[in-house]
Ligand binder design. Structure first.
Ligand code: UD1
Ligand code: CA
Length: 455
């Protein structure tokens, strides 16, 4: 089913957000509100999405990318004026236009599909999606006649006391037959409290002209919440995160305490993984099956394999293999890949490095710009000295090398296959394969020194 195009209104500043960022780019569940609306539209079968941009047009277009077409509304004269800007782009199109708002991030595809189906079934010129809101503040009210037919939509600021008492609101989402839409848009005026061209006025005009107007009520008011303020943003955030956790649990993930677990919209997790409290999984992160993640862990834009444990740690822009143990208190920084069965723990930072299969960095180390082979053992307190104040250099540690505790590896430097480095060494020259590198002062013991210096 792909027989409608969408027009998504996203040109407003979002004054009530008190932000320099366009409202539709504020994130819910780690994804811009407009991104959620586009995803829902696509999943409902939209053949084409046209986004009306204005305030912060460049940044909106850049964030959303080639997924949509864009039309600019130079002055924000109202939602009706916004949709009117797409008239040329849709010239000759006689099908259904689904109009959406960029600030309703909780929409679900099933609801949009239901709206479209009802619109088609009823052969209506316009079908409006409505919601029964516990708090109707700020929404347009849907006014019906004694037989329940929609008569018009009245904005809060223009409503009479009786109209204000109506709790069925306009969700700001509609299906229109394109010719009827643009014909009526040509006739709306800005004769209202806000001196704006209201899209909902189209509904009243079509009813007056005797054209069929239909309404579909959302079963769950949360789906159609419009976000105009930071308070509403926080409300949406809570709902979206609860939904995400629910979906993951339904798919076989254990979430020990959903209220203290924050998983972004696009994160994927395999079955039988357990997520412990105070864990954030963000952006484009994937976690495999049978992992234990958290407590107190943040993973962003990273891929984690199966059977891996990560606790009390932060990892971002990295790849972590299967059967890996990370933590406690580890920071895995960008461009790092930990191969299978690696162990990293206890106050270790790793950056821009490859750590080969089965290698261990168990305590108090900084590993930066390093290529580490398989089966390597890094002693406690080992530091790669990768920066001379101007440039960064790489360290190479080949398979099965053994680095003693408290070693400095001054890059560029290489420790060969199977080589050993004595504890406490500052290594500035390559250590050949199978050799022992020692770089520290020899110890001398002064016999009887203590008794001679006493008293
Ligand atoms: C709108 C509806 C209201 C409905 C509510 C649902 C109108 C006049 N009112 O009110 O009936 O209950 O949504 O959430 O439509 N926009 C533009 N250009 C403009 C003005 C707005 O693109 O000139 C965009 C905004 O960026 C936003 C969307 O249209 O994404 C809705 O605008 P907003 O100002 O939030 O409308 P509401 O006051 O919430
Ligand atoms: Ca709104």
């Amino acid at each position: 089913m792909s027989d409608f195009v969408t027009v998504i209104m996203a040109a407003g500043k979002g004054t009530r957000m008190k932000s320099t960022l366009p409202k539709v780019l504020h994130k819910v569940g780690g994804k811009p509100m407009l991104g959620h609306v586009l995803s829902a539209a696509n999943a409902a079968g939209a053949g084409r999405n046209i986004v009306v941009i204005g305030f912060g047009a460049d940044v909106v277009q850049e964030t959303i990318g080639p997924e949509a077409e864009f039309v600019v509304q130079r002055e924000q004269l109202g939602t009706g004026h916004a949709v009117l800007q797409t008239r040329d782009r849709l010239a000759g199109y006689t099908g259904t236009v689904m109009v959406l708002s960029g600030d309703t991030p909780l929409l679900q595809p099933e609801l949009l599909a239901r709206l479209f189906e009802a619109h088609r079934r009823e052969a209506a010129a316009a079908t409006v999606l409505t919601g029964l809101m516990p708090d109707t503040t700020g929404y347009g009210r849907v006014i019906r006649d004694s037989e329940g037919r929609v008569v018009k939509i009245v904005e809060q600021k223009d409503a009479s006391p009786a109209e204000l008492a109506v709790n069925e609101v306009n969700a700001g989402i509609y299906c229109f037959e394109a010719p009827a839409l643009f014909e009526a848009l040509g006739r709306i005026t800005c004769d209202n409290q806000q001196c704006e061209y209201y899209l909902p006025d189209v509904v009243g005009l079509l009813v007056k002209a005797g054209t069929k107007v239909w309404a579909v009520a959302a079963d769950d008011y949360q789906d159609t919440l419009g976000i105009n303020s930071r308070r509403q943003l926080a409300e949406a955030e809570k709902i979206l995160r609860a939904r995400k956790n629910m979906a993951l649990m339904d798919a076989g993930v254990t979430i020990m305490d959903p209220d203290s677990t924050f998983i972004d919209a696009e994160v994927t997790i395999g079955t039988d993984t357990v997520v412990y409290p105070f864990t954030w999984l963000e952006g484009q992160t994937s976690v495999g099956s049978r992992c234990a993640i958290g407590p107190n862990t943040r993973i962003a834009d990273s891929a984690v394999g199966d059977d891996t444990t990560i606790h009390f740690s932060y990892a971002h822009d990295c790849r972590i293999g299967n059967g890996v143990t990370v933590g406690p208190y580890v920071h895995i920084r960008p461009q790092t890949a930990l191969a299978d069965k690696v162990k990293v723990g206890n106050f270790v930072e790793i950056k821009n490095s490859l750590v080969g299969e089965g290698s261990k960095v168990p305590h108090l180390s900084y590993i930066g710009d390093t290529d580490m082979g398989t089966g390597v053992n890094i002693g406690s307190g080992t530091i790669t000295v990768n920066y001379d104040g101007k440039k960064k250099y790489r360290t190479t540690i080949e398979d099965n090398a053994f680095i003693g505790c408290n070693t400095n590896l001054v890059a560029p430097v290489k420790v060969g296959h199977g080589a050993y480095v004595a504890a406490g060494s500052t290594i500035t020259k390559d250590v050949p394969s199978s050799a022992l590198g020692v770089a520290r002062a020899r110890q001398s013991n002064i016999e009887g020194w203590v008794s001679r210096n006493k008293g």
